[in-house]
Design a protein around this ligand. Structure first.
Ligand SMILES: NC(=O)c1ccc[n+]([C@@H]2O[C@H](COP(=O)([O-])OP(=O)(O)OC[C@H]3O[C@@H](n4cnc5c(N)ncnc54)[C@H](OP(=O)(O)O)[C@@H]3O)[C@@H](O)[C@H]2O)c1
Length: 313
């Protein structure tokens, strides 16, 4: 373990948390929480943690004494959140309040990982000054978590991240895992030509979250985003090219063709200028990011999956 700070990552068994732990583990001392899916990463301490259980959250944070909590645990599927609003409120709102209160009591910093889905997607290129207006329950619950951070006496700040790509840990497939699995299996993949995001390589997000955690200002909001606005279809083509997979299985589709429980915004591209100014850092563009992903060294992860070895790509 490199000399560094002590981090506690919630949602360490999730897609973002798992990659974040892999990135941070050689730079800092890292503890991470899981809820239903026990995982292990060599050199890190994993603990079972239900963020809705207030007293156990406090007890865990007191015991670990982190300098920084990166709060990445959440119910993150918009469709599931739409269907199960009570549980979503418990985890994404009450759970966030528990983490904030623990951070305040233990005098540690907290970075709240939020989402581009706090916006309605009508205009795109959203900056930190743009007014949020979520159109689904997931986005609404994450926005409520943001408000709690802003109101809390804890040393808390908010980083909104965009749709992520990278290797998942075998528990939940990332969008890029799903895409490659289908193409490799010879299955057609329908991708929207009318939904736009500024997608970000998850390892670049990990670096950005570290920078914000170490150098961000309390009660500030930052957009951590890749620099390019692309449709899901264009993204699929970039992944297929980088991984030397055929393009003919990628089928153009439109949002209206695929009914979903949760309404989906059209263009929640984020503007990352403030992050770049503040931290002199910008995640890679799609071509570079997917090339880094395709070339990253893999090791065996949970449930037989493969994950980047040191988070250094
Ligand atoms: N992935 C993206 O593209 C993306 C984009 C924008 C924002 N975000 C934000 O980034 C964060 C991480 O997202 P993700 O994609 O990594 O989500 P994910 O893969 O669905 O992982 C969710 C994590 O939350 C944990 N969790 C769920 N309920 C919990 C509870 N009651 N107590 C403690 N932990 C609980 C899960 O633990 P178990 O698996 O052990 O049950 C898992 O580790 C979220 O805050 C999300 O809003 C993600």
């Amino acid at each position: 373990m490199a000399a560094g700070r002590r981090f506690l990552i919630t949602g360490g068994s999730g897609f973002v948390g798992w990659n974040l732990v892999n990135f941070l583990k050689n730079r800092h001392e890292v503890a991470a929480g899981f809820y239903r899916n026990p995982v292990q990463i060599e050199g890190c301490r994993f603990l079972e943690m239900d963020i809705t259980d207030r007293s156990r959250v406090l007890e865990a944070v007191r015991r670990i004494e982190p300098a920084v909590i990166i709060h990445a645990a959440a119910l993150s599927s918009p469709d599931e959140c739409e269907e199960n609003r009570a549980l979503t409120g418990d985890v994404n709102i009450a759970g966030t309040l528990n983490m904030l209160d623990a951070a305040r009591e233990c005098n540690c910093r907290m970075v709240y990982v939020s989402t581009d889905l706090v916006f309605d997607g009508e205009s795109g290129n959203y900056s930190e000054a743009s007014a949020p207006c979520p159109i689904n329950y997931y986005g609404w619950s994450k926005l409520e978590g943001e408000k709690l951070c802003m109101q809390s006496a804890a040393d808390a700040l908010i980083v909104r991240i965009t749709l992520q790509y990278g290797w998942g840990n075998g528990i939940r497939a990332s969008g890029s895992d799903w895409l490659m699995k289908n193409i490799r299996a010879g299955s057609q993949v329908r991708l929207f030509t009318d939904q736009y995001r500024t997608m970000t390589y998850v390892m670049d997000t990990a670096r950005g979250l570290e920078l914000a955690a170490l150098n961000g200002a309390p009660r500030e909001m930052y957009h951590l985003t890749g620099p390019e606005r692309v449709s899901r279809y264009a993204f699929g083509r970039a992944v297929a090219s980088a991984c030397k997979l055929p393009h003919h299985l990628l089928i153009k589709s439109r949002m209206a063709d695929v009914p979903a429980r949760a309404p989906r915004p059209r263009d929640v591209s984020l503007n990352g200028k403030k992050f770049l100014r503040r931290f002199s850092y910008q995640p890679r563009g799609i071509t570079e990011g997917v090339a880094a992903m395709a070339q990253s060294e893999w090791v065996q992860g949970a449930k037989g999956s493969k994950v980047p070895k040191n988070g250094e790509c």
